[in-house]
Design a protein around this ligand. Sequence first.
Ligand code: ATP
Ligand code: MG
Length: 390
Amino acid sequence: MRSIVVHYKELALKGRNRPWFVQILVQNLKNALKGIGVPRVRSVMGRIEIDLAPEASFEAARERIRHVFGIANFSLAGRAPHDFQALADAILADLADIEVPTFRVSARRADKRIPFTSPQIEREVGGLIKQAKGWKVDLDDAALTIHLEMLPDHAFYFFGKIPGAGGLPSGTSGRLTCLVSGGIDSPVAAYRMMRRGCTVSFVHFHSYPILSRASQEKVREIVTLLTQYQQHARVAMVAFGELQQQVVLAVPPQYRVVIYRRLMLRIAEQLARKWKSRALVTGEAVGQVASQTLENMTVIAEACSLEILRPLVGMDKDEISDQAEAIGSLTISNIPDQDCCTLFMPRHPATRARLADVLRAEAALPIAEMVAGAVAAATIEEFSYPVPRA
Ligand code: ATP
Ligand code: MG
């Protein structure tokens, strides 16, 4: 079995855009499978076929494919001619000494011009396998399902389906910029938007050298993990400590957190516009912490004129943590660090900041200058998967 058959689902709904989606998915698979012996990836009648070179490992390919969005499921598959006996022989050779109590054959005709119906194909091929193996046929609850897909020039057969990453192919939904901390939420927020086909760039605010470098290290690990889904990502590391000190000197304690966040958004907005992002992404969820009230969220958002997407806005912390665990970011997020927002954190931040008060407090600060300085001093880091971009 030297092929992989990839099925997509949601794509099928995209009407006239469908060929474009499939083309991007094929290209993403090609990029993801570089360097492991994959000579060809091509779309054939509603599915994608991947050829494996004789030396290529399916396990290596599986790991790469697992991170490609837009896939419903995929399978290691064999190819055989349309002839029933040849098909059964190939299947029997690959089943080797596998023994199961019951089986069924499930056939689909990708090419409807094939002169047999699917039930006919199932009966014929199933009969030959039953004869050779002595297994019972069970149509409802078989221990083994042998899938057949009839294409114009040949048939594919495979024995199971591995769930794909779902979502839409990376690069089909435009660019975003995510504010990523070392916390649990923002990596999940970025993942969810990537899964919708968006290409995500990152901005991280750190307070080095006032605090340690730990948050930057965590963000690098998180972005390395997430880059597996889009193959290339960039992060702007923004030094935020001095700006916070300026805020502390000029702003009453209860408004500081909101003003830090407004500064973050303004800086992120400038970077996002430079990167041609259509919107910002944050990991905010209503009511999760004292500062994330609806009132504060709107006062914070007022600082920026780009759209802000908050994919976690209605989620519970438990749900977010479960997803962080599933994508592998939770263990990174749980590494202790010092978040820049705990720096100079007042004991009682305003939970319902009023815009007028915040604007009055901000008037004491050279905002435009602070933002421009931070943007100019940001350092950009590039991440690639699986191989550095040429
Ligand atoms: P997270 O787990 O993502 O840090 P959180 O629940 O801790 O989220 P906050 O720390 O209040 O929430 O931050 C809300 C959002 O603001 C974060 O999800 C993130 O998008 C952004 N943010 C907060 N701190 C930073 C930072 N240091 N760098 C970049 N973005 C940040
Ligand atoms: Mg945080």
